[in-house]
Every structure is written in structure tokens, then in C-alpha cells.
Ligand binder design. Structure first.
Ligand code: ACO
Length: 326
């Protein structure tokens, strides 16, 4: 049956210039390259400059996405930004970047706070707007400056995170309603607030009037992550009658190589189909999936027609998946 699909017509990413290696971190806290590499798979991460904000990263990724889409910002009908590190508590950072990009006044713009699941949530919301006919062309941008909420004296967390941004431009197209269509084929998002205290910032506007620093119960996050990431992928595949062997790529949230490998194995996917960028990005929360997607598309690794699952899990806990034909 004919239906409206959201096609990805543009992709973009941006990384701050400064790179922090594991050896650099070993000068700051009691750690070493061997510990970080074997436990997390991370070798280096990018870190924003003092006056480089989430909106700057988002703006640059969005500009690249508009350029690869071959459209101007004036053609956008919606701007959705996922972040846990907004420039200001209010207004939404999406409104700031929309104005800077040249989006028409009156175009809806809003931020989504779903931590590392931010891209899957933002993609779901933008896709729903397109399928409902509320937007024809939408920008989904995810950007984080986690370095600003990292406790640089805490070796348990400071080795894990990085800064960066990724974006996609979606546009409505007619599909046949089958898994052979191009575009977003299915999305599903979840949350379980009983896990609130296992991964959070130890502060906030209403509680401490500060942003706080990231704190987590690493073992609990690890246990929950593999099952929830697998669920995110399995549910969207079963919604479309797709099997793991039909996939060209899995782009999981880039938190930790052991989680990524565990999910790939649980889904029965060969290693070469699982995208890994955590080694040079660290965990960039909401940005990690679109950043990885855009890097792979720029390199010609992921191509038009490829069938891809995005799956993510993060603070909340939140998690989810999306099945997309590029
Ligand atoms: N360098 C050296 N030693 C360290 C470091 C470090 N950076 N960090 C912790 N240690 C020490 C600990 O102090 C501890 O020492 P002790 O035994 O003397 O007390 C020892 O290493 C083991 O610590 P654990 O916390 O038990 O280490 P674990 O094997 O669980 O690995 C890790 C920690 C990597 C965080 C793991 O729990 C994990 O991968 N969790 C998943 C969480 C994650 O990736 N979160 C990202 C955000 S959430 C998300 O994006 C989904």
C-alpha cells in the first residue's frame, strides 16, 4: 500500500579540532592507554574549545547535511536537535541554530533530551511529522559537548566521552509500504525510569542550579545495554519482516567496543557489518550514530540502497532502534 516515507537526502558531521589521546589522559588522571583500550576500545576523542558550544558543532554538521542534500535552509519545515548539553537551559538550542542556518521564521524547532538515544528519538519524531504531513523536509541534528559536563578528575568517567555532531536531512517521498522502499522503514523508542539513578548528571537546574557532572554505575549500564540495544534492533526488523542476514550495516550507539561487539554477536551479525567509530570519537552520546553514519557515507562505505539498523541506549534509561534503507 502506498505510503509516505522519510528519505535521508543529506548527511553531515563535525568534530572539534582538539584531539585528546589516552596518553594525554594519563597525564591528567591515574590511567593508561592499555586500561582504556582494552575496557572500552577508545584510543582518542575530540574535545571542544572553551568558547566552542554545542550550537557551533550542530551548526557545522547541519550545514554539511544541507550541502550534501543540495538544499537551502529555507526549504526546511522542521528542525529537531537532540542533546544533553544545550547552550542555554532555555530557549532550545535548535532555535538558535535554525536562525543561524537561515531557516524561515515560523518553522518549528525543538530540542529532545534522550541522552545517548537522542538520534533514534529525534529521527522518530521527525519521521512522524513527515508521515503525518506536518513537514516535507526536516533537519535532524545531534550535537554534544560532553567535555563540559565531565569531571576531569574522575577516571571512571572522563576516559569515556567525547564531543561531536552529526545530522541528516529527511524529505518526504512516496513508498510502496514494503521493506524494499527507501527511507525510514520503522522506528521504536522505549524508556525505563526505574534506572534513572544508574546514569545521570549529579546536578540540574531544579535540584542544584548547576549542570552537574556525568556519573554512572558502569556495571549496571553494561548489563542493561546489550539486551536493550538488541531489542531496539530486533523489534524494528520484525516490524518490517526483515532478518539480520538482510542487513548491510548495524550502526549501534558508540559507547564501548565490548557493548558494540556483544550486540553484534547477539544479533548474529558478522563483525564487518557492525560500524565502529568509538575508537576515534569516544562516546558522543546523541551524536554518535549520525556522526558514524555521515563518516561512513562520506567515505563511500555506506551507499544508497543499503539496509541499516541504528540502535541506541542511554540515560533514563532510554533505548530504541530504527530500520532505514539509505
Ligand atoms: N583507568 C584505570 N583504572 C580504572 C579506570 C581508568 N580509567 N577507571 C576505573 N578503573 C579501575 C577501578 O577503580 C577499579 O579498580 P579497583 O578494582 O582497584 O577498585 C578497576 O579499574 C575496575 O573498575 P570497574 O568499574 O569494575 O571496571 P569495569 O571492568 O566495569 O569497566 C567500564 C568499567 C569500562 C566503565 C564498564 O563498566 C563499562 O563498559 N560500562 C558500560 C558503561 C558505558 O560505556 N557507559 C557509557 C555511557 S552509557 C551509554 O552510552 C550507554
Amino acid at each position: 500500500m502506498k505510503c509516505i516515507r522519510s528519505e535521508i537526502i543529506g548527511h553531515g558531521h563535525f568534530l572539534p579540532e582538539k584531539v585528546l589521546t589516552n596518553d594525554d589522559l594519563a597525564q591528567m588522571v591515574d590511567t593508561n592507554d592499555e586500561w582504556i583500550s582494552t575496557r572500552t576500545g577508545i584510543k582518542s576523542r575530540h574535545v571542544a574549545a572553551e568558547k566552542e558550544y554545542t550550537s557551533d558543532l550542530a551548526f557545522n554538521a547541519a550545514q554539511m547535511a544541507l550541502k550534501t542534500a543540495g538544499i537551502s535552509a529555507a526549504e526546511l519545515d522542521a528542525v529537531v536537535l537532540a542533546t544533553v548539553t544545550p547552550d542555554n537551559t532555555t530557549p532550545a538550542t535548535s532555535a538558535k541554530i535554525a536562525a543561524r542556518l537561515g531557516v524561515k521564521a515560523g518553522t518549528p524547532a525543538f530540542d529532545i533530551s534522550a541522552a545517548c538515544s537522542g538520534f533514534v528519538y529525534a529521527l522518530t519524531m521527525a519521521d512522524n511529522m513527515i508521515r503525518l504531513g506536518q513537514a516535507k523536509t526536516a533537519l535532524v541534528v545531534c550535537a554534544e559537548t560532553l567535555s563540559k559536563i565531565t569531571d576531569w578528575t574522575d577516571r571512571n568517567t572522563c576516559v569515556l566521552f567525547g564531543d561531536g555532531a552529526g545530522a541528516v536531512v529527511l524529505r518526504a517521498a512516496e513508498g510502496e509500504g514494503t521493506a524494499a522502499d527507501t527511507g525510514v522503514l520503522a522506528t521504536k523508542v522505549y524508556a525505563d525510569g526505574s534506572q534513572f539513578d544508574n546514569l545521570l548528571t549529579n546536578g540540574g537546574v531544579s535540584t542544584t542550579q548547576t549542570a552537574g557532572h556525568i556519573w554512572m554505575n558502569g556495571k549496571e549500564v553494561f548489563k542493561y545495554a546489550i539486551n536493550s540495544l538488541a531489542q531496539g534492533a530486533e523489534d524494528v526488523m520484525s516490524m518490517c519482516g526483515v532478518k539480520a542476514e538482510d542487513l548491510d550495516w548495524l550502526i549501534p550507539h558508540q559507547a564501548n567496543i565490548r557493548i558494540i561487539s556483544g550486540v553484534g554477536q547477539k544479533l548474529g551479525l558478522p563483525e564487518e557489518k557492525v560500524v565502529v567509530t568509538v575508537d576515534h570519537h569516544g562516546n558522543t552520546s546523541a551524536a554518535s550514530i549520525p556522526l558514524a553514519l555521515s563518516e561512513c557515507m562520506e567515505a563511500g562505505k555506506i551507499k544508497k540502497g543499503d539496509l541499516v539498523v541504528f540502535n541506541a541506549m542511554g540515560a533514563g534509561f532510554t533505548w530504541g532502534g530504527a530500520l532505514v534503507r539509505i
